[in-house]
Write a protein that binds this ligand. Structure first.
Ligand code: PEP
Ligand code: MG
Length: 551
C-alpha cells in the first residue's frame, strides 16, 4: 500500500485511475532526418488535422456563442495555412534536414517574436494566436492531447501544479478528483475545484510520482490522504467515509427550500461564488439565493483573446436571467498574480500579488474596463445585477470607477440600449487599506464584500499561493477578524450591508463569530450552501460572542 499525505482543499472521497496531466509545451528536440519528404508529409498531415479541428471548433462556437467567438477559430485556421508561416517551416526542413516538430517550433517562435515587436497593440496581441496555432500543430505532430484527458473512463487527475487557465480547459466530466504536487488551498485552482464540487488535494510533493499513472487511487479531499493499493482496513475506512458522504448529501437535501434564518430570527443572505455561467446549474441545484461573487476574470482566462462586449454580455445576461429575481454580483476583472492572461502582456513583476492587478489594470486600461462595464450594464436589464470592484485601497479609485460607470450609462442611454440605472455598486474589502478607509469608502458604495483570501494575505504578509507558509497563513488570525469587525462596523454605521465572499465564509466553525460581528451575507461554493444553511438554522445569533477576536 502507498499512502501519501497532502493538503485537502476540496472535500469528498473518490476512487479511480490516476492520470497525469500532459502539458503540450513539452520541450521539442531537434534531430536530423534523412527523408525530408517524409517530414514534409508529416507536417502537411498535421496542418490538415489542425485546420479541420479549428473548423469544427468554429462551428461549435458559432452554434453556442455566435459569430464573434467563432471568428477566433476561423482566424487560427487561416494562420495554419498562412503562406509565410508555411514557407518558413518548409525552408527549415529543406535547409536543416531536421524533424517537422523543430521546424514548426522555429517558425512559431519567429512569427510570435515578429508580432510581439509590432507597435500596434492589436497586432501585438496576435503573438498569443501564433503560439496557440503552433502548439496545435505540434500536438498533432506528436499525438499529444493538449492538456486533455485521453481516457474512456473518468480519472483522478494528477499534476505537478495546475494553472487556473489549464483547469478551466479540462473536460470536467472526465475528472473525479485533482491531486497535485504543489499548490495551495487558496489558489484559484483549488477554488475552482470547490466551485465544481470536485475533491482535490494539493501539496503532495515528490511522493506523487509519474510512475503511478494508471494505478487505482482513493483520495480524501478533506483529510488530504491519497492511497494506492489500499489494504483491507484502509479500504474499509475510505468506503465508510464515502457512504457517510452519501448520507450527509441526503440529509442536506432536506435543507432545500428552507429559509436562511437563525433560531432568533436573524436572516442571512446565503449566496454562491461562481467562475462561469455553467456554474449556475450547481448554484440552482444547491438552492442558493443569489450569486455573491461572479469571478468575471475566468471568462478572460478561458479565452485566447480579449472577450468582446457581446461575448461578455451574453455570459452575464445568461447568469442574470437564470437567477431570475435573485441578485448576481459581478466582480470586474481581477487578473494578475496567479491569474495570468497571455494576451494582456502584463509585465513580469517581482511581487505580482502587490503589482498591477485587479482594479489597477481596469483603471490603467480604460478601454478594457469600458467594454466590461458596458456588457455588465447591458445585462442589468435582464435580472438583478450588481457590480463589485476588487482590490480597492483608496477612495479616489472608487470615485474613478463610479465615473466610468456613469459614462457607460450615458453612452447606453444615448444609444437607446436598456440597462438598470439603479444597479448597485459595491467593493471588495481585501486590503488593510480598505479596512482603515472603510468609513469613507462606505459612503461611496451600496455594499462591502470581504475577500478573506486576500485580506489574510495582505494583513499577515503571507503569500496565499505558498503552501510552505502552513499555519502562518491563518484566516482565523485575530488581526484578520478584527479587520472584519472594523469593516462591518463602518458598513453598518453608513447603513450598507456587508458580506464575505472569501473561502472563510464556508468555515462552519466561524459562523458564530460572523453572527456576532453582524455579517449580513455569506457567499460560498455551491457545495457549501446547504451545510451552511443547516448551521445557520441551528444558531442563535444573540448568543454568539466575539471571543475569537481576542488572541
Ligand atoms: C478573496 O480574495 O477572498 C476573494 C474572494 O477573491 P479572489 O480569491 O478571487 O482573489
Ligand atoms: Mg481577492
Amino acid at each position: 500500500m502507498i499512502l501519501m499525505q497532502g493538503k485537502g482543499v476540496s472535500a469528498g472521497v473518490v476512487s479511480g485511475p490516476l492520470y497525469f496531466f500532459r502539458r503540450s509545451q513539452s520541450e521539442v528536440t531537434r534531430y536530423t532526418v534523412k527523408d525530408t519528404e517524409a517530414e514534409r508529409a508529416r507536417f502537411s498531415r498535421a496542418q490538415e488535422q489542425s485546420v479541420s479541428q479549428l473548423k469544427m471548433l468554429a462551428e461549435q462556437c458559432r452554434a453556442e456563442s455566435g459569430d464573434d467567438a467563432a471568428m477566433l477559430f476561423d482566424t487560427h485556421a487561416m494562420f495554419v495555412e498562412d503562406e509565410d508561416y508555411v514557407d518558413s517551416v518548409l525552408t527549415t526542413l529543406e535547409e536543416e534536414h531536421c524533424n517537422a516538430e523543430y521546424a514548426v517550433q522555429q517558425a512559431g517562435e519567429q512569427f510570435a517574436a515578429m508580432f510581439a515587436a509590432m507597435d500596434d497593440a492589436y497586432m501585438q496581441a496576435r503573438e498569443a494566436d501564433i503560439r496557440d496555432v503552433t502548439r496545435r500543430i505540434l500536438n498533432n505532430l506528436t499525438g499529444n492531447v493538449d492538456g486533455g484527458i485521453d481516457s474512456d473512463v473518468p480519472v483522478i487527475l494528477a499534476a505537478d501544479d495546475l494553472a487556473p487557465s489549464e483547469t478551466l480547459q479540462l473536460d470536467k466530466s472526465k475528472i473525479l478528483g485533482f491531486i497535485t504536487q504543489k499548490g495551495s488551498g487558496n489558489s484559484h485552482t483549488a477554488i475552482l475545484a470547490r466551485t465544481l464540487g470536485i475533491p482535490a488535494i494539493c501539496g503532495l510533493g515528490d511522493a506523487l510520482k509519474a510512475s503511478y499513472e494508471g494505478r487505482t487511487a482513493y483520495i480524501d479531499g478533506e483529510s488530504g490522504k491519497v492511497c494506492l493499493e489500499a489494504d483491507a482496513l484502509t479500504l474499509q475506512s475510505f468506503q465508510s467515509k464515502q457512504r457517510g458522504q452519501q448520507q450527509q448529501k441526503e440529509l442536506m437535501e432536506t435543507m432545500k427550500g428552507q429559509e436562511d434564518v437563525t433560531l432568533d430570527g436573524r436572516k442571512i443572505r446565503l449566496y454562491c461564488n461562481i467562475g462561469s455561467p455553467e456554474d449556475v446549474t450547481a448554484v440552482l441545484a444547491n438552492d442558493a439565493r443569489g450569486i455573491g461573487l461572479f469571478r468575471s476574470e475566468f471568462l478572460y482566462l478561458a479565452a485566447s483573446d480579449y472577450p468582446s462586449e457581446e461575448e461578455q454580455f451574453e455570459a452575464y445576461k445568461s447568469v442574470a436571467a437564470a437567477m431570475k429575481e435573485q441578485p448576481v454580483i459581478i466582480r470586474t476583472l481581477d487578473i494578475g498574480a496567479d491569474k495570468q492572461v497571455d494576451y494582456f502582456h502584463l509585465q513580469k513583476e517581482e511581487n505580482p500579488a502587490m503589482g498591477v492587478r485587479a482594479i489597477r489594470i481596469s483603471l490603467n486600461r480604460p478601454e478594457v474596463f469600458r467594454t466590461q462595464l458596458r456588457a455588465i450594464y447591458r445585462a442589468s436589464a435582464y435580472g438583478r445585477v450588481a457590480i463589485m470592484f476588487p482590490m480597492i485601497t483608496s477612495v479616489w479609485e472608487v470615485k474613478e470607477c463610479r465615473r466610468a460607470c456613469k459614462s457607460v450609462m450615458l453612452e447606453l442611454s444615448k444609444e437607446g440600449i436598456p440597462y438598470n440605472p439603479e444597479t448597485e455598486i459595491g467593493i471588495m474589502i481585501e486590503t488593510p487599506a480598505s479596512v482603515f478607509m472603510a468609513p469613507e469608502l462606505a459612503k461611496q458604495v451600496d455594499f462591502f464584500s470581504v475577500g478573506t483570501n486576500d485580506l489574510t494575505q495582505y494583513t499577515l504578509a503571507c503569500d496565499r499561493q505558498c503552501n510552505d507558509l502552513g499555519k502562518f497563513y491563518d484566516p482565523h488570525h485575530p488581526a484578520v477578524l478584527r479587520a472584519l469587525k472594523m469593516a462591518a462596523d463602518a458598513a453598518h454605521e453608513a447603513g450598507i450591508w456587508i458580506g464575505i465572499c472569501g473561502e472563510l465564509a464556508a468555515d462552519l466553525s466561524m459562523l458564530p463569530t460572523f453572527l456576532a460581528i453582524g455579517i449580513d451575507e455569506l457567499s460560498v461554493s455551491p457545495a457549501a450552501v446547504l451545510p451552511l444553511r443547516a448551521a445557520i438554522r441551528k444558531s442563535t445569533a444573540g448568543e454568539c460572542t466575539l471571543k475569537m477576536l481576542e488572541d
